[in-house]
Design a protein around this ligand. Structure first.
Ligand SMILES: [Zn+2]
Length: 389
């Protein structure tokens, strides 16, 4: 077995486990920084190692468009090429078929994509996606799925779910004898009955190493997302990891851990850092605000990262206002560290049997705003598309 369940927390579905890959043991719950194109935006390899994140996410379609499958076959895979010694999970490309502007309608065989108005056409099929993920050398591969807006009407959501199941079987058939793991993806939009059907059908197929919950955070409310997550985790095998794709804020992560999810990725830590948005133990901070121009205290007194221990807020505010790349880099590093540490703390609380109380505390703490913000003020930020950064 590649996943060992170590503990569950009383009064909640939260779990602690260990996922073992060819590149190490990953303690769960875990947050995976997003390195869509083989780099986590603004972060050097040294910084990534300092973060303490054991696994990164990369994207099959973006790497297929550039540098292309032949590059990975020549170099032996992404690990050696980018110099990353930890584990890598690759998304299959299903979300890019859904979100890329130049994707064409898909059919039962697969989808055709174009990287831009004048870019080359590429064909993405379940078999082609797995071949690319094998060439990348991903420790964990994802099946190709059809993602639709969670608010899709029932007929479209049903057809996409059924196609996702057919494609999952095709991916399984071509995974080969590599030691790379393969996760299935539960779809079903916002319909509980479809989500139930998808989870049960995929769980009944022998051979998947884990299960992802896809197609959320694309239109539904937070309450709907949490209810669907809880429904699905209750139907999946307890001895396999569960991965909630592309979600979300620190509060979203804690709520999903509470509902039995083990793995997460999201672009928010790097994408929002570019806009001066920082997650801290004191609440969310909008570092663009003028009040920070004369504030010399640390960004987060509880954080041990370089942005918090070597600089004051006024300097970081200055960098962000001047759009200096160093400002984005430091805030991204802090945000990533915050997400990684939050999952580590959650794991410690699960192991100690105290996660239920921790969950109750964090629901309040993670909803806080910067105490220096005027009452009722909401930061103006652009929410990035998943996979955009
Ligand atoms: Zn920090």
């Amino acid at each position: 077995m590649t996943f060992a369940l170590v503990a569950t927390a009383p009064g909640t579905r939260a779990r602690a486990g260990v996922l073992t890959t060819a590149h190490g043991a990953i303690e769960t719950p875990v947050f995976m920084p997003v390195g869509t194109r083989g780099t986590v935006r603004t972060q050097t390899l040294d910084q990534l190692e300092l973060l303490g994140a054991p696994m990164l996410l990369a994207n099959t379609v973006h790497l297929m468009l550039r540098p292309g499958q032949a590059s990975f076959e020549r170099t032996g895979g992404l690990h050696g090429w980018m110099g990353w010694r930890g584990s890598i999970l690759t998304d299959s490309g299903g979300f890019q078929v859904f979100s890329l502007e130049h994707a064409r309608p898909l059919d039962d065989d697969g989808a055709t994509l174009r990287s831009g108005p004048d870019g080359p056409l590429i064909r993405l099929t379940p078999e082609g996606s797995i071949a690319m993920q094998r060439a990348i050398g991903a420790d964990v591969m994802m099946v190709l799925d059809e993602c639709v807006p969670s608010t899709s009407e029932l007929g479209r959501a049903t057809a996409a779910m059924e196609r996702t199941h057919r494609w999952a079987r095709r991916c399984l058939a071509v995974r080969g004898d590599a030691d790379q793991q393969l996760f299935a993806i539960v779809q079903g939009a916002q319909y509980p009955e479809l989500r139930r059907q998808s989870a049960l059908e995929l769980a009944s197929i022998d051979g998947f190493d884990g299960y992802a919950i896809g197609g959320l955070a694309v239109g539904e409310s937070r309450a709907e997302r949490e209810d669907l997550t809880e429904l699905v985790t209750g139907l999946l095998p307890i001895d396999r990891p569960r991965y909630l794709m592309g979600v979300g804020t620190p509060l979203d992560l804690i709520e999903a851990v509470h509902r039995g999810v083990d793995m997460f990725d999201c672009v928010l830590p790097t994408a929002w850092a570019q806009q001066g948005q920082v997650f801290t133990s004191l609440g969310r901070v909008d570092l663009r605000r003028g009040v920070h121009r004369v504030a010399d205290d640390p960004l987060d007194p509880a954080c041990d990262c370089a942005a918090c221990t070597r600089y004051g807020r006024s300097y970081l505010h200055h960098l962000i206002k001047c759009e200096e790349p160093l400002g984005w880099q430091l805030l991204a590093f802090h945000n990533l560290r915050f997400f990684v540490q939050l999952m580590r703390t959650a794991r410690a609380e699960i192991l100690a049997g105290t996660f239920a109380a921790f969950h109750a505390r964090m629901r309040e703490a993670l909803a806080l705003r910067d105490p220096r913000d005027p009452p009722g003020r909401k930061p103006r930020v652009k929410r990035p598309r998943p996979g955009a950064c």
